[in-house]
Design a protein around this ligand. Structure first.
Ligand code: FDA
Length: 307
């Protein structure tokens, strides 16, 4: 309930101004975001790779409002992938890119889907050049169908283009069955957005049960499952599945359960850390606060004490 209210309130310009301008916000942002620039992202990537982890990089920014902004975000990804390759960090898919379709034009009034597809194709080409891959993040429910269409249109040329299934959507298990084909990279997460009860499970228990169902479908299939969760119970289910360690990976967010990331990697599992960077961190921060009442309480207390 708190999560739904917070996500809804965060759309207000006033709430955005208060949160973005509070001095304490910077400290909270630093826990979850690598920094403002691609140099910051590269430094964090190098450190995580040295620790035996894999990385996926997200240039923060969603809902590009004009074609120029969508093109600028695309250019940034292309530059980033070139810089990763030059630094020797991307080969073999060690560091890859995560892209939000709305950040590269999906919601533009004119030919949004076409522009997003063209921009994503440019990023995929740069990733291939750098010896790595791209995964399409999944956003609100209204973006699921267009995102899957883009995936279907680009996969013939870029078979390693990854996608995301959100288990809070009732369609999750069905999407997993459709996507669990040979070579298909599928990230499974619970889902970080608000969605109507008609299309989504609303209780934690239902979302978790759906995750377990989806996980079993993906782990039984010939694709490459990417299990994005910090949930100890779901990680135990995956670990007990008997699937060979190199044939799937765990994924976790930068700044969340870092010791568990190292523990899993130390035991021979592939573990990828999702590392966001850039100055447009507002939406990302709100979703992280909404996931966990303890984060939100800590943040509100800090806001009040700096008053
Ligand atoms: P859950 O929220 O139940 O948390 C389980 C435990 O993990 C908690 O008890 C706590 O210990 C820890 N934890 C979780 N979140 C925390 C936080 N914010 N701070 C501190 N501890 C926390 N969503 C989406 O809609 N589209 C997407 O494309 C993606 N992509 C994505 C990539 C990767 C790599 C990850 C890990 C997650 C996503 N997500 C996402 C977000 C995802 O949907 C979900 O909101 C979060 O991962 C939290 O869900 P958990 O599975 O961790 O479970």
């Amino acid at each position: 309930m708190l999560r739904r209210v917070l996500l809804a309130a965060s759309a207000s310009d006033r709430v955005r101004r208060v949160i973005s301008s509070a001095p304490v916000t910077r400290n909270v942002v630093a826990r979850f975001v690598a920094g403002d620039t691609s140099d910051d992202a590269l430094a964090v990537t190098r450190r995580l790779l040295d620790d035996g982890l894999l990385v996926t990089l997200d240039y923060l920014g969603e809902d590009a409002v004009d074609p120029q902004r969508a093109a600028a975000v695309t250019d940034e990804y292309v530059r980033l992938l070139g810089a990763l390759a030059a630094a020797g960090l991307s080969g073999g898919g060690r560091a890859e890119a995560s892209v939000k379709p709305t950040a590269v034009g999906l919601d533009l009034a004119e030919h949004g889907e076409k522009r997003a597809r063209e921009n994503i194709a440019r990023i995929c080409a740069a990733a291939r050049e750098a010896g790595t891959t791209v995964t399409l993040d999944m956003e609100e429910n209204s973006r699921v169908e267009p995102t899957l269409r883009i995936l279907g249109q680009l996969r013939p040329e870029f078979p390693d283009l990854g996608c995301v299934v959100q288990s809070y959507l009732r369609r999750g298990p069905q999407d997993c069955r459709a996507l669990a084909v040979a070579g298909s990279r599928v990230r499974l997460c619970k889902g970080a957005y608000n969605a109507a009860p008609g299309v989504a499970f609303t209780s934690r228990a239902e979302v978790d049960r759906s995750y377990a169902r989806c996980l079993r479908v993906l782990l039984a299939g010939p694709g490459y499952p990417m299990l994005a969760t910090h949930d100890p119970r779901l990680i135990r289910i995956a670990a007990a599945s008997g699937r060979p360690a190199g044939s799937f990976e765990y994924q976790m967010l930068y700044g969340i359960r870092p010791q568990e990331q190292l523990r899993l990697a130390g035991g021979g599992a592939r573990v990828r850390v999702y590392v966001p960077y850039g100055s447009d961190w507002y939406g990302y921060l709100v979703r992280r606060l909404a996931e966990r009442p303890a984060n939100l309480l800590f943040f509100l207390r800090s806001l009040a004490s700096r008053g």
